[in-house]
Design a protein around this ligand. Structure first.
Ligand code: GDP
Length: 239
């Protein structure tokens, strides 16, 4: 008698291909994003007790496009580029039926050449203050154009957040515009960035091809809902 082997799923779940149901849940959750508030400095922001996920990166890295793609909203993050908000911290609430269970933070891009030096320094201080001291910050997502790789400013940012990452703050590097890379270029930049990210996660992402969309969405959901992960890990008790 032959023992039938267990059925193998058509596509095994992995960090790059999460289970469909988990990805749908994460994308549905991200779609609830709505503008919450904007502030020029940390101390003007409301203190919140829900997990906060901050998006950072050089200007033009593709951050706004990525946030809009993740939330499936055409204009959401471009609100951060409106006059008067370009050097503001912009918060978006997440959660179904109006119940906020997490916040996305859009920190305007750094390194834009045309910005006066004084403004650049001021903004770097605002950003560093936010990243180092925001209490409910759960995760940082660093957007990076893989054709330029991690720049000096990205490395400085990594140094600023390293102590918090070592204490458990989650960290993800999103390599944007992956559609502009060949498969082998993508694989190469992925492995180099994994070395640079010091234990953080790294994913290739393309807004046009939707590469990495489900993987990034699922990671953010998991990070914002650590309790639901813990409950999955708990064995059901016998009644
Ligand atoms: P931000 O300054 O970091 O918010 O960058 P944007 O989201 O405004 O994007 C900068 C430029 O990169 C724009 O011209 C976008 O259309 C382009 N871009 C962003 N994401 C992608 C992508 O996934 N693929 C391609 N081909 N272009 C992208």
């Amino acid at each position: 008698m032959t023992i039938p082997s267990p059925p193998t799923p058509a596509q095994p779940a992995s960090a790059d291909t999460p289970p469909k149901s988990a990805a749908l849940q994460a994308l549905g959750w991200l779609h609830t994003a709505r503008f919450l508030t904007t502030a020029p400095q940390l101390h003007f922001l409301p203190e919140l007790d829900v997990p906060e996920i901050a998006f950072v990166g050089r200007s033009n890295a593709g951050k706004s496009t990525c946030i809009n793609t993740l939330t499936q909203q055409k204009q959401l993050a471009f609100a951060s580029k409106r006059p008067g908000r370009t050097q503001h911290i912009n918060l978006f609430a997440l959660g179904k039926q109006g119940v906020m269970d997490a916040v996305l933070t859009d920190l305007p891009g750094y390194g834009y050449a045309a910005v006066p030096k004084q403004d650049k320094i001021r903004w770097q201080q605002v950003m560093a203050n936010y990243l180092v001291t925001r209490k409910n910050l759960q995760a940082i997502v660093l957007m990076c154009d893989p054709r330029h790789g991690m720049t000096e400013l990205d490395e400085i940012l990594l140094d600023v957040i390293r102590p918090r990452v070592e204490e458990g703050l989650k960290f993800l590097v999103v390599l944007t515009k992956a559609d502009k890379l060949t498969r082998s270029e993508g694989a190469k930049v992925l492995s180099i960035t994994k070395l640079q990210a010091g234990g953080g996660e790294v994913r290739l992402f393309s807004a046009t091809k939707r590469t990495g969309l489900e993987a990034v969405a699922t990671l953010l959901w998991d990070w914002a809902h650590p309790a639901s992960l813990a409950s999955l890990a708990v064995e059901p008790t016998a009644r």
